[in-house]
Ligand binder design. Structure first.
Ligand SMILES: [Ca+2]
Length: 326
């Protein structure tokens, strides 16, 4: 009961409204959970100094629980999302950033086999080119979500992985900022992705995706490369579907050759024939249904979806990359 009152007071003070479900989030109070988690961290080989700097005097963040409970399904259309995400400001800034960091982006792209405009586009969409990396203390966010009952197992693993990042000296505990859900640095890697894909691009011994652009670029490129990126292909393109097109075909599960799509009447937006590359397969995606904008997408689109499993996200990354490279 004491916990409920304290947290309710906090949420009211913070102006986020009352969260009736918050106190029910876990059957264990936070400090008891934290004490047990410290034991778990030691068992996982986390050093005493990291445990002492990161897992002492923590409090849960009510706002994080609130954000986690929001319905994940967006109610905005792709058209609206696209206008917000792939807007002229972001395109212009993307071109400026590509020009400003051209040497290192081109070198990184070449090394990992990823066209540089995709590295820039992911950077632009994830954090607006590093200007909005999320102001949350990631340890505190992850501890809140690990304590909370809803996805405890997933976030407990991410919290251990976050502690390992501190333990390995890649970032100071106080500098480990990110999103409310624990996504880190300028390319918003979850801690597990950090361990799988982050790269020390500038060779200083630290994988610093917060402060080193060489590390940010190399890490994003490595993520795509290791997830199946094809350097000689694009993501896809906007297309026009013929009247009477079978809506069941607008599905990533349906893959046909470019030649087959052409025979089915899929054309460029201006009505011209789509270019055909022998053997290359593609799918049709229609985020707003057949009446909205429709896209023919290739292997690299599926790779972008390994980064974020969202048609809105993957399509926007592709469109922004194209606009930046123009
Ligand atoms: Ca580095």
């Amino acid at each position: 009961m004491k916990l409920l009152l304290r947290l309710t007071a906090f949420t009211l003070i913070a102006g986020y409204g009352v969260l009736p479900s918050f106190a029910r989030a876990s059957t264990t109070d936070f400090n008891t959970w934290l004490s047990e988690f410290r034991t778990k961290a030691f068992e996982q080989g986390i050093s005493e100094s990291t445990v002492n700097s990161a897992l002492i005097d923590l409090t849960p963040i009510a706002r994080v629980i609130e954000l986690d409970r929001k319905q994940p399904e967006s109610t905005i259309t792709f058209d609206t999302y696209k206008d917000r995400i792939v807007n002229q400001t972001r395109i212009k800034r993307g071109r400026q950033m590509y020009a400003a960091h051209r040497v290192q982006l081109d070198a990184t792209g070449k090394k990992f086999g990823v066209q540089p405009q995709y590295i820039v586009a992911l950077w632009g969409i994830e954090t607006n080119y590093g200007s909005n990396t999320g102001g949350f203390d990631v340890i505190q966010s992850l501890a809140t979500l690990a304590w909370d009952g809803r996805r405890s197992s997933f976030f407990s693993k991410e919290l251990i992985d976050a502690l390992k990042i501190i333990d390995q000296g890649h970032v100071a505990r106080g500098d480990m900022k990110g999103s409310w859900a624990g996504a880190l640095g300028q390319n918003q890697f979850m801690p597990s992705s950090f361990h799988n894909f982050a790269i020390d691009g500038d060779g200083d011994g630290r994988k610093d995706i917060w402060g080193s652009l060489d590390d940010v670029f190399a890490s994003s490129a490595n993520y795509l490369s290791r997830s199946g990126w094809k350097e000689d292909e694009k993501w896809g393109r906007e297309v026009k579907l013929p009247s009477g097109f079978d809506a069941a075909f607008a599905d990533l599960k349906v893959q046909k050759t470019l030649g087959q799509w052409k025979e089915l009447g899929v054309t460029l937006p201006n009505g011209n024939a789509i270019p055909v590359v022998d053997g290359m397969k593609a799918s049709i995606v229609a985020p707003d249904g057949l009446e909205g904008q429709t896209y023919l997408v290739y292997n690299n689109y599926r790779t972008i979806m390994k980064w974020n499993r969202s048609l809105y996200f993957a399509t926007s990354v592709g469109l922004l990359a194209d606009a930046i490279a123009q």
